[in-house]
Design a protein around this ligand. Structure first.
Ligand SMILES: C[S@@+](CC[C@H](N)C(=O)[O-])C[C@H]1O[C@@H](n2cnc3c(N)ncnc32)[C@H](O)[C@@H]1O
Length: 128
């Protein structure tokens, strides 16, 4: 992963295929709005994709239905995140591991395709 790259990781093959199939259309429609237009989709378990947690400067984790085990596994990666990285998610992290590394800086309700959901914005802090 380069510092100009945007990657999307999805476990389910059919959702990964949908993302890939609209990639060129997405680039065509939104290229002028994208800071990082080097977009890559990866069909994988997010825990098996190396480095996103240590190089990602803005990470979106749609974790609304993630179980506690996966939440803990993601929280373990938090200590490798770069300073000032933003992790944006749909369910709060509860583990101490996570909160020693990240500070919750913002939360607000956002209208999603399935209804309203809270969005939480965490920032990696050196002295959190
Ligand atoms: C709330 S949906 C979000 C779907 C879509 N990415 C979006 O943002 O609209 C959460 C997605 O996380 C995927 N997921 C769950 N566990 C995962 C894992 N360990 N690695 C990668 N993706 C996972 C699910 O298959 C599901 O599609």
């Amino acid at each position: 992963m380069t510092n100009k790259e945007c990657i999307g990781i999805e476990l389910l093959g059919n959702l990964h295929n949908v993302a890939t199939s609209v990639q060129s259309l997405y680039k065509f429609q939104y290229k002028h709005k994208l800071l990082h237009d080097d977009i890559k989709f990866i069909h994988s378990d997010l825990l098996d994709v190396k480095e996103w947690w240590s190089v990602g400067t803005v990470v979106y984790i749609p974790n609304l239905l993630f179980d506690n085990v996966l939440m803990e596994q993601i929280a373990e990666k938090a200590k490798y995140a770069p300073w000032n990285a933003y992790w944006i998610c749909l369910k709060k992290f509860s583990s101490t591991t996570f909160h020693t590394e990240f500070e919750l800086i913002h939360q607000c309700p956002v209208e999603m395709s399935w209804g309203q959901s809270n969005v939480y914005v965490y920032k990696r802090c050196s002295n959190a």
